[in-house]
Design a protein around this ligand. Sequence first.
Ligand code: LLP
Length: 429
Amino acid sequence: MCRRLIIISFTWGDVDCNSLADKFGTPLYVYDESVINSRCNEIEQDFLQKWDNTFAYYASKAFSIKYMTRIIKNHGMGLDVVSEGELLTALHAGFPAEKIELHGNAKSFYDINSAVKSGVGRFIIDNIQELELLAKVSHDNNFVANVLFRVTPDVKTDTHAHISTGVKGSKFGFPIEGDMLNEAVKFALNDDYINSQGIHFHVGSQLFEPVSHLEALRKIIKLMLKLKRNLNFITRELNFGGGFGARINPKIEHVALKNFTDPLMQMLESECKANDLLRPRAAIESGRWIVSEAGITLYTVENVKRLPGILYIAVNGGMSDNPRYALYGAEYEAVNVNNPDGEIYNPEGRVSIVGKCCESGDILIDDAKISYTKPGDIIAIYNTGAYNFSMASNYNKLLRPAVIFANNGEANLKVERQTYEDLLKGELL
Ligand code: LLP
């Protein structure tokens, strides 16, 4: 009788990760599609169905590929884009333009022109020059642009400074105090090609409590009142932005969307009633919360170097596919795919998982808790579904990894690994 050795393998989306690494190579981004679907279903149940007159966008900057926009489309949601490139990605996947909103603090003529020509549903206005340009392009195309004014609510957030956007002096949007917003609203109200729908705010990213969202909303309601009284501007739509946080590993329960949306909606309804304001259509615009926990990155360990007080595990990717430790000191957790249930390795000093880029800041996890790992092992880093693929680079001329979507045991290639031919395309001697 033949005896087979049963190895407990590490799976993602019910797909064995060793086989994935064998078949598609590493580094490799792997998404569990069911996680994305369950986040979209939670939005549907706990926000859209629970509260009347609401809408939800996916902030595609978190992870913008054609297939992802297709999933969002199938859930009937909208899409936030910040550039012509993100817009084209969505349009090429057949995403309906009227459900797209165009963001950005430095929109170019090309961004605006492309959005107007394709019939984008909302423009989130950042400044008066952009509004004037939009009015002109809309006029030239006989198009009426629906706009929301992005307002900086002047609230602090409990997150890294680089991803805190609602603070006073931010480069984004119109300050809540002062004349800048009034001037833009007056212009918009007098232009036949601009249809002023409402207000937008976004306080920051990777937040676990709704404190700053609520503080911002309180201020925005006062602003709605002021705009109504002074300029007869009715806020028919209010976008709360995104910012809902993602957890570091799948063993921790994800943040419930309703922890944010319930208190926001309760405040909106009661304050509008108390102040005799129309309760606007409310929208959210989440990126990370929808997609981050769905993704892992697989790497191959190249070498293990023991120095006094530190053990380096060097892998075949790094800040080129995940710059988030370098940029924000972001924390991650890893598992050894070849030894997922092994005891946490406890050498003297810390275990640092580093990349292959030529700088000391090329760290993926500074103080990793991982089982015994040797060269040739495959490791997986959790929670890399957002702002990894989208912020990857070709630093040190490393190739961008492929993207796999795993679902019910089936693995589907959605983005091919870059080739050296792709890498050198467009370079001239
Ligand atoms: N809406 C607006 C206007 C935004 O600026 C952002 C993110 C979002 C929505 C989506 O935020 P989320 O739900 O994903 O937190 N690269 C950084 C994150 C930058 C976020 C920029 N804006 C990172 O890797 O953490």
